[in-house]
Design a protein around this ligand. Structure first.
Ligand code: SAH
Length: 238
């Protein structure tokens, strides 16, 4: 992704260079304006939630970190002497990861990645969000089929955002929503750098299990987090 259309990459590069960054703003038609704390993208193992720590401990063999961002997970895995390849579509994120010491890192879209297979595919901080909409699950699993070595695992976290639709009486009303309620559209802005809108998926554990089953995968929930979030492991059915 080109630097002038890449707010998150700009934020990551600034924070890496200056130790601070401006606000990374997130807009979605469904929500009030929100913000991603840029420092959070540089979290250390100690600062990671249990879900992520468990994912890093479970990751084994040749690991692919998809949408690796500032490289926090790749660096933590390297420190554990695990073998990790980091990919991201952001050129600035990739350059930052390289400067931070991620050894095997490249600018690469997950959906067009070719080449050797991996024992673990890691997609953290709602990394499965890159699938965008449920309609892209076929394309996603086709890519997982290609990239996952025999006996391999995909580790991803996401959350059930049903709570967004809770009314003042605590009742969750999902009627009248077009399509699956976890299909969002995001747009980001950092200083004057505005990104294009992009689809971003949050998926609840039950829907992920159904999707996995329909595409020939088991789905085990390894950890449940404090706020509708969870860590899942997908493995091929034999
Ligand atoms: N995993 C990191 C960063 C999460 S932000 C962390 O937990 O801190 C999501 C990242 O995914 C961004 O850096 C974005 O550039 C990248 N990304 C988005 N779509 C992608 C795709 N199709 N292939 C690879 N990376 C992608």
């Amino acid at each position: 992704m080109q630097a002038d259309r890449d707010p998150m990459g700009r934020a990551i590069a600034d924070y890496h260079r200056d130790g601070k960054a401006a606000r990374l703003r997130v807009f979605s038609p469904m929500f009030d304006e929100d913000e991603i704390p840029v420092a959070k993208l540089f979290r250390t193992l100690d600062e990671m939630p249990d879900i992520e720590r468990e994912a890093l401990l479970t990751a084994a063999g040749a690991i692919l970190d998809v949408g690796a961002g500032a490289g926090c997970h790749a660096l933590a895995l390297q420190a554990m002497e695990k073998q990790v390849t980091a990919i991201d579509i952001s050129l600035l994120a990739v350059a930052t990861m390289r400067e931070r010491g991620v050894k095997d890192v490249r600018e690469q879209d997950f959906f067009t990645l070719d080449g050797p297979q991996f024992d673990t595919i890691l997609m953290l901080m709602n990394g499965i969000g890159i699938v965008g909409t449920l309609s892209r699950m076929d394309a996603f699993f086709m890519q997982v089929d290609r990239l996952l070595a025999p006996g391999g695992q995909l580790l991803c976290d996401s959350s059930d955002i049903c709570y967004v639709f809770e009314d003042e009486d605590g009742i969750i009303d999902l009627t009248g929503i077009d399509g699956y309620y976890g299909e969002l559209t995001y747009r980001m802005q950092y200083r004057d750098v505005k990104g294009e809108p992009f689809p971003w998926l949050f998926i609840d554990a039950e829907t992920l299990r159904e999707q996995a089953a329909a595409h020939g995968y088991h789905c085990d929930i390894l950890v449940r987090g404090p706020h509708y979030d969870y860590l899942a492991r997908l493995t091929r059915k034999r």
